[in-house]
Design a protein around this ligand. Structure first.
Ligand SMILES: Cc1cc2nc3c(=O)[nH]c(=O)nc-3n(C[C@H](O)[C@H](O)[C@H](O)COP(=O)(O)OP(=O)(O)OC[C@H]3O[C@@H](n4cnc5c(N)ncnc54)[C@H](O)[C@@H]3O)c2cc1C
Length: 403
């Protein structure tokens, strides 16, 4: 494994770092204090600039206008973009579109690709992913109540979803619904593309999450599907393959989150060091002179380096051997990087004192929004248990062999 940066990647990262520093970070003040829709025209301006620089959609296929980077290179890019909540959106590689683009690319019919994939990669429309339900356990999604019943050439969808991220303003939803309740549990559900202007697609509200309902790509909606009728041609992939496709979406999706979280770690550590060095705490003494703060900085730096190394190793393994071969590593980084990030953000906030609790820095936003990292795309516990089960399998096999 060699993670030395190629010359091309050194140039790309230098360009991204400069753009983030000069063009994106100055927007955060407005992002934190004004409605997102008010900021959107300036964000669109930055997105056009990114396209002109040839840095648009780094992880998406070149044939659709992306840069076509492999996962290891994208890990570096994603860390560089993750220093700001605006980075991924401005560079066209934000969730949930990134995951939806991957499954449309892999499973979409030619017609579906023309209608949805091309404009999604171009950033002309947005999408959302509608699986979790309020009344059912999201960590065991085979328990699902939403149904899609065949009626002539259509599916008729009924059910209630929530936490459909970025549904507000999205053009299309990828909806998980039970198409065959009699099938074995993992064959019951399918994925169906539902244009959000379809009658019966009812966005009830943007959920108030940690005190903020958010807007647009920074929101999470509750949606009622009420006799929502779409053509059977909107089925994505084979019928009954919803969970197979969901796994293929969530595997890479998890490492994408980890890469972004490393960017948050980097930013939080940077802010922590700056504040520690600047803040006079006693005559002739700054916070950086206090050993406890030095210890935090040392611990955070070491934990970030370890989290980065394991994330790159996982990206390398997925790139070489496919995501199925990297399932253990994906589970490990999902809880390890989330935990590292939350610890680093918490320490950085602590060093900022009262300032850290305000929206005068980005830390309080990270603190509020990223707590969910330990819940979405599989809660910590599920990943820890799954990793342990795989490890223990070998021991159990050994015992059986020895018996
Ligand atoms: C910010 C955010 C964005 C999201 N975006 C989306 C989205 O775009 N689309 C979408 O469909 N969903 C989305 N979700 C939903 C998310 O995937 C679910 O919240 C998650 O899968 C957990 O499901 P649940 O909330 O129903 O919790 P439950 O399944 O009820 O679990 C509750 C808790 O129980 C514990 N637990 C669960 N299983 C086990 C176990 N086997 N052993 C021990 N303990 C366990 C965990 O601590 C877990 O947090 C999002 C959630 C958040 C918070």
């Amino acid at each position: 494994m060699d993670f030395e940066l190629s010359e091309k990647m050194q140039t790309v990262l230098a360009m991204i770092d400069e753009f983030m520093r000069e063009e994106v970070l100055p927007l955060e003040r407005f992002f934190l204090n004004e409605p997102f829709t008010k900021l959107l025209p300036r964000i669109e301006e930055k997105r056009r600039a990114v396209k002109q620089m040839g840095l648009w959609a780094p992880n998406h296929p070149e044939e659709y206008g992306g840069m076509g980077l492999g996962l290891v290179d994208h890990a570096r890019v994603s860390e560089a973009l993750g220093v700001s909540p605006l980075g991924h959106f401005i560079f066209g590689c934000h969730a949930p579109d990134a995951g939806n683009i991957e499954i449309l690319h892999q499973y979409g019919t030619e017609e579906q690709k023309q209608r949805w994939l091309a404009p999604l990669v171009a950033g002309e429309i947005r999408s959302c992913f509608s699986m979790t339900e309020p009344e059912m356990p999201g960590s065991n999604p085979v328990m699902m109540e939403t149904t899609a019943v065949k009626d002539g050439d259509d599916y008729v969808i009924n059910g209630q979803k929530w936490y459909t991220t970025a549904a507000d303003g999205a053009a299309v939803a990828v909806v998980m619904a039970v198409t065959d309740p009699e099938a074995p549990p993992h064959r019951r559900a399918s994925m169906i593309l539902v244009p959000t202007d379809t009658p019966g697609f009812d966005l009830v509200r943007n959920l108030n999450v940690m005190g903020h309902a958010g807007e647009g790509v920074f929101s999470h909606a509750e949606i009622l599907y009420h006799s929502c009728r779409v053509p059977r041609a909107n089925l994505l992939g084979p019928e009954g393959h919803g969970f197979v496709i969901a796994q293929e979406r969530l595997g890479p999706g998890r490492i994408h989150h980890c890469m972004r979280w490393l960017g948050i770690c980097k930013r939080a550590l940077d802010l922590m060091c700056r504040r520690a060095a600047e803040r006079t705490i006693a005559p002739g003494q700054t916070l950086a002179d206090k050993e406890i703060v030095q210890a935090w900085i040392g611990e955070c730096a070491a934990r970030i380096a370890a989290a980065r190394a394991l994330t790159l190793q996982t990206a390398w393994r997925i790139e070489r051997h496919g995501w199925k071969e990297a399932r253990q590593e994906i589970s490990a980084i999902k809880f390890l990087v989330a935990d590292t990030m939350l610890e680093v953000v918490d320490r950085a906030l602590q060093v900022h004192g009262g300032l850290g609790m305000t929206d005068d820095t980005i830390l309080a936003f990270f603190y509020r929004h990223e707590r969910a990292a330990r819940i979405y795309d599989g809660p910590d516990e599920v990943h820890k248990l799954s990793l342990a089960r795989r490890i223990l399998r070998d021991y159990r096999d050994d015992e059986q062999r020895e018996a």
